[in-house]
Design a protein around this ligand. Structure first.
Ligand code: SF4
Length: 924
């Protein structure tokens, strides 16, 4: 059957369109109501693009059909496409649809083009397709019947995925890096080569590169790394600025530089930009094996082949089984097996509406290492090995901290680290060094020790099964495993939350969680008003009964920690003894298990420490609290939490003390007010350097952009706080005035949803599509791709968008903040506020200015960008204005005046000067 004759449905906020062919004639597209569209879809499988999104537009969650995105994932696995009609047209070389009514015809043409690819001898992703489609026919995938006749059976049987993937090679042990001193002239020459400019160009970038070079000097004393703090305004060219000395040092010393980022967007950019600085042929000549640049992420990001095999062989059924087949197609063509933010389309998981993607990664640390039949092909092992020989490793802040603290091998420990997006190091350290004794965490630990219980399926195995050979060889090890298993049965198991809600907790930990919940509710001050959000209370004035229950829970945790420690020691002794059966793979497995056990024993020690303090005097180093997590009015976790008052203290020990050189860099490393006054105190404090008595080298370069001519800040004073209709009206009209291209930032999901619900249809009818985090069934990365791709689209979102969006050019020309981004008044926030030497308000102001500066930073990404930054606030304190770069025009205006300005700059593409009579607070 020709795909061009299949009926196609498109639904957007502005309406629905169906294209059908009647009586063999030409296709006709007609508009129709939502009800009729739903009936049509239920009647016969329709061509759709992004079924969950169409379903949400129709308000009919059970919609299914022939989704073009699923077909694309099959035909072109691991190839990028923006999942919109325009994006699909671009990817397939078809004409872009002129309007919504032209989309159904495009869907037909796209389906035909994709199906025709199967018959094209030049189809790049042919291998494996025939075998996959045979299985997909059995699984009743709607596309399978159309694909099967078009894919020719190969002459020779296709190799299945697990034999096709290449094996990684064991890299030789790495020599320690040579001690080299980088010459300033060499850094300048490398930078000029990378930028393609003369040595005189961009003096600020040159200074920056030279300063960055200082972190690579030989270390003079143990625990005294070179630390550089570099504030570089947007447009300084900091990426190439640090890659120049980094590539030079890696080349001359033979060592590895780690660049750490907070956002995936920057990781992607670094991957692109580092190709020039770290060419593969140079690394090869220097005798390095493997690629010169490696992106490393946490294990939970990568596909676990053993989980996939299990899913393909019956572990998944129904729609998830189809998804597993598409993931297997992708795995054969993926660059590195990265499922989260790598080359697996972010939209694939949402098409299947289940948490299937997460189930295919190694989320729970149950890897059996060399005991796994796919160990030699494992994506995670490949990335870990490649990073040892690489010149540059790109990672995120949390992974760098974890690797520095507990890497399996010293060669995997980062010693030269550049923290880009350095303003996020504090919060990354805050969560990395936190302890959370919660129901969800304890259930995970129980599963890790005991394995599947009751009716649960899957390949997961408990400790006893993973270490069966140790148990049969070593009596002490066997005893420790049995004791651990017994002790773990005191931890919460499946159904723990329901038992607590019914007032029937089981075991000492569930008792503790039940008491915690009761206490948190008893102390709730919100009067039940904030049912959508979590509740918390200080771990203070707890009372004898609570402390007693906590004591029993502490004993139960200790009863588990002891055998785990014994087991860890037995494994260590085994590795030392080296019995006959301990060949290479078995050794690798035991070493893996030893690392995993050590990590769990540390986790338990953290929890025990937290419980031991309850009822006694508080420890000034920590902030402890009890919490009930809720969302959408439903409780989903309960527990006790502990944070360091200053998380840079453990960071200094784990990361800085063992490092030789560290740089933290960002456009907003320093508070803007402090930077203007040449005041670095708070940035130095937040670097952790004082904990090692190291005086960091400081550098600051302002942005080269002409903010006075490129941007304008408008503080809109007549939208009352808390008035949702007025807020929605302001957003709607501002987006209309700018003709889309707006990023709307919210501090509460509830308000975001309310505003979206009021304006999305109206805007769509005017040809201005609106997308939103927490509303549209699309992952955040894909939402940003869609926004970037369509200059008329606008995007609403919360925190993650405040500095995870890098959209230079016309697509982003307006940023609207719903209000001043005050910090959430949590217990942790209050403790840090009290501890701040400059006073509580100074602490809050610093946080708000940082958030404003990050949000403003989304607007002007390149010298050609222009736009408006709008804050809807009737009472915006003047002291916060220093968040914006010097020279930026700032005006307090009414909404009407703001609309005029925004609309005026859209038509002129030039910003108008402030009309007289309005308050002009241009940043000097
Ligand atoms: S080695 Fe571990 S992570 Fe890799 S495929 Fe096997 S079980 Fe999964």
């Amino acid at each position: 059957m020709s795909a061009a004759s299949l009926p196609a449905l498109h639904a957007s906020h502005s309406g629905c369109w169906l294209r059908e062919t009647r009586n063999g004639g030409a296709g006709v597209t007609r508009p129709l109501g939502k009800g009729e569209a739903i009936m049509a879809a239920a009647d016969t499988p329709l061509l759709l693009l992004n079924a969950p999104l169409v379903a949400s537009r129709l308000g009919y969650p059970d919609l299914s059909g022939l989704d073009l995105l699923e077909l694309y994932a099959f035909i072109h696995p691991a190839r990028f496409v923006v999942p919109t009609p325009k994006g699909l047209a671009q990817a397939l070389g078809l004409a872009e649809p002129a309007g919504d009514d032209a989309v159904p015809a495009l869907l037909q043409a796209a389906a035909e083009a994709l199906l025709a690819t199967c018959e094209d001898p030049a189809w790049l992703e042919r291998e494996g397709a025939w075998s996959a489609v045979q299985t997909l026919v059995r699984l009743r995938w709607p596309w399978a019947g159309l694909l099967a006749p078009r894919i020719a059976q190969p002459q020779r049987a296709e190799r299945w995925l697990f034999s096709r993937l290449p094996e990684w090679e064991d890299a030789p042990e790495r020599l320690q890096p040579a001690q080299v001193l980088l010459e300033d002239t060499a850094i300048a020459a490398r930078l000029a080569a990378l930028t393609g400019s003369g040595a005189e160009a961009r003096p600020a970038q040159q200074d920056y590169a030279r300063t960055a070079g200082a972190m690579f000097a030989p270390r003079r004393a143990a625990r005294q790394p070179h630390i550089v703090l570099a504030q570089a305004g947007t447009g300084t060219g900091k990426t190439l600025g640090y890659l120049a000395p980094a590539s030079l040092w890696a080349e001359q010393s033979g060592g590895t530089v780690w660049v750490s980022t907070y956002t995936k967007a920057l990781q992607r950019q670094l991957r692109r930009e580092s190709r020039l600085a770290f060419p593969a042929d140079r690394a090869l000549q220097a005798g390095r094996s493997g690629p010169p640049v490696v992106v490393r992420k946490g294990r939970e990001n990568y596909l676990c082949l053993l989980n996939l095999e299990d899913a393909l062989q019956g572990g998944f059924t129904g729609r998830p089984a189809i998804m597993a087949q598409l993931v297997a197609r992708w795995a054969a063509y993926s660059q590195d097996g990265d499922m989260i933010g790598g080359d697996l389309p972010g939209w694939l998981g949402t098409l299947f509406r289940k948490r299937g993607i997460a189930a295919l990664t190694d989320q729970r640390g149950e890897c059996v290492y060399a005991g796994c039949p796919h160990f030699r092909k494992c994506f995670i092992e490949r990335a870990a090995r490649a990073s040892v020989g690489a010149e540059l490793v790109i990672a995120n802040h949390a992974l760098v901290m974890i690797n520095a603290a507990r890497a399996r091998e010293p060669a995997q420990r980062p010693t030269r680290i550049i923290f880009d997006e350095g303003h996020h190091v504090f919060e990354a350290a805050d969560s990395t060094f936190a302890a959370a004794l919660t129901g969800a965490e304890t259930v995970e630990l129980r599963r890790w020790v005991i394995g599947p219980e009751g009716t649960s399926r899957g390949r997961r195995r408990g400790l006893a099964a993973r270490l069966a050979d140790v148990a049969s060889y070593d009596a002490d090890g066997a005893r420790a495993i049995t004791d651990a298993r017994e002790a773990a049965s005191a931890l919460p198991g499946d159904g723990w939350l329901a038992r607590i809600l019914e007032g029937a907790p089981f075991g000492p930990l569930e008792d503790l969680l039940a008491e915690t919940r009761a206490l948190v509710h008893a102390r709730d001050e919100s009067g039940g008003q904030e049912a959508g959000y979590g509740l918390e209370t200080e771990a203070a004035q707890l009372g004898g009964a609570f402390v007693e229950v906590a004591g029993r829970a502490q004993e139960a945790l200790e009863a588990l920690r002891q055998p785990l420690m014994r087991l860890g020691m037995r494994l260590e002794a085994l590795i030392e003894e080296g019995p006959d059966w301990l060949d290479g793979p078995a050794r690798a497995r035991i070493e893996g298990a030893r690392g995993a056990i050590g990590w769990r024993a540390d986790l338990l020690a953290g929890w025990i420490g937290l419980l031991a303090r309850l009822g006694g005097p508080g420890d000034p180093e920590f902030v402890d609290w009890l919490a009930v997590e809720r969302s959408e009015g439903r409780e989903w976790d309960i527990g006790l939490h502990r944070r360091y008052l200053d998380p840079m203290k453990p960071f200094a020990e784990a990361v800085l003390a063992g490092a030789h050189g560290v740089m933290m860099t960002s456009a907003t490393l320093c508070d803007a007010a402090d930077a203007a006054a040449g005041e670095w105190d708070s940035a130095v404090q937040r670097s952790g350097a004082p904990h090692l008595d190291v005086a960091p080298r400081l550098f600051a370069a302002p942005s080269p952009f002409n903010y006075a001519g490129q941007a304008e800040v408008l503080i809109v004073t007549d939208v009352p706080r808390g008035d949702i209709p007025a807020l929605a009206n302001a957003y709607g009209r501002l987006i209309e005035a700018s003709g889309g291209g707006a990023l709307g930032l919210f501090t509460a999901i509830r308000r975001l949803r309310a505003v979206y619900g009021r304006i999305a249809d109206r805007l769509a009818r005017g040809g201005l599509p609106l997308f939103a985090q927490h509303v549209d069934p699309i992952d955040t990365g894909t939402l940003v791709d869609i926004f970037r791709d369509d200059p008329r689209a606008s995007l609403l979102g919360t925190d993650a968008l405040r500095d995870g969006v890098d959209v230079p050019g016309h697509s982003l020309r307006l940023v609207v903040m719903e209000q001043v981004p005050w910090p959430k008044p949590s217990i942790l926030h209050r403790a840090r506020r009290l501890a701040n030497r400059g006073g509580g308000q100074a602490h809050d102001d610093r946080i708000i200015r940082a958030r404003l500066a990050q949000a403003f930073g989304r607007l002007i990404r390149s010298a050609g960008d222009r736009g408006h930054f709008v804050v809807l606030s009737s009472a915006f304190p003047s002291r916060l204005l220093s968040a914006f770069p010097p020279g930026t025009p700032v005006r307090r205006v009414t909404l009407d005046a703001a609309l005029q300005s925004v609309a005026g700059s859209v038509s002129d593409a030039v910003l108008t000067p402030a009309p007289t009579g309005e308050i002009d607070e241009t940043r000097a």
